[in-house]
Design a binder for this molecule. Sequence first.
Ligand SMILES: *Cc1c(COP(=O)(O)O)cnc(C)c1O
Length: 411
Amino acid sequence: MQSKHGGRGKPLREPTRWRITVLSDHFQAILQQLTDQSLRRSLSPLESATGPIVTYAGRPVILLSSNDYLGLATHPDVVQAAVKATERYGAGSGASRLVSGTLPPHANLEAALARFKRADASLVFGAGYLANIGVIPNLIGRGDLILADRLCHASLIDGCRLSQADFRLFRHGDCAHLETLLRRRTSTRRTLIITEGLFSMDGDLAPLADLVELAERYDAMLYVDDAHGTGIMGATGRGTIEQFGLEGRIPFHMGTLSKALGSYGAYVVGSNDFVQYLLNVARSFIFTTAIPPAITAAASAAITVVEREPERRDRLWANRQHLFNGLQNQGFRLTPTVSPILPVLIGDAAKASAFADRLLAHGVYATAIRPPTVPDGTSRVRFTVTATHTTDQLDEALQAVTLAGRETGLL
Ligand SMILES: *Cc1c(COP(=O)(O)O)cnc(C)c1O
């Protein structure tokens, strides 16, 4: 593919028509293969704003598939902040942050994040994906070693690939396995351990205290992705690191603005030097346009709400317990989750898809998560609950889950 489609040196010889035909065959063959394996993905457009109830295919359904855990994507203060910032600063930022794209909302957000995360400084990226592929290759490189939890998010894996470091996966949450791998390396080898704080597809926590200890003992760096923990974990919502009482022991980490904070983008926090280093070297920061004023201001407003309305977190955890108990009492097999992420393990991709289809027929929108998002044989329907669901909605959803479970032979 490389040399034929624009690689250096070799001119394209085939006429355009011929190539398009062949490409189209290729696309169709791949899509057919995915369909046959029940791994085909498609977009399901909603016809309303996100929220506990959304309109899908012309009717209201209970949404149990959103990462907007605190309902901040539609919080009036957050929405107003976005509107005001757009009126004042325009729809776009105009350039990369380093060219002329740094506007007051960017500086305000980075100050708010540094304060919220109790760090010296922060740097905002266009997305969590961009943060991970930008940061990791600047921590570690060719000849070095990365040890990553097996269930790490694709953006972390892609960051590892870009770094060109040697790359091993340790068994999920298994510090003994990690230690074996650490012992096996030559001691001078620069090493980066990578984990999520709250795992996005299993809903469990990393053994963060043990990971910090191993990193310290074996002189390795530790990179924590707290995309899902930010805003919901810890006594004040500062995230998984707060939850474990490890603030001050982890020199830098990242999280996103796109989940509990209801906006878009991502942050990295750390020392001033670290942030200055990143803004000089992280290609996914340098060569991309600054995030728009609206979403920047929305994220700042969301941090204020997280701090001012702790009752949202209380409602989230109460709802989480309600749905968790309901699913367990019905006899579903869940991952060892401790969070609002409640994955019902099914295994087979076709069965997971069928379960999700039946749920939708009964008015519940929850997505089947299949490989490559999760390992082969661990397909699931991943329910996520939010602070804005009412108990009645959750009870109604549980009835639908029972029906769909029976119809697909899971119960
Ligand atoms: C969602 C997610 C990301 C990607 O963040 P985006 O802002 O959506 O690009 C990265 N890491 C983890 C663990 C995530 O769950």
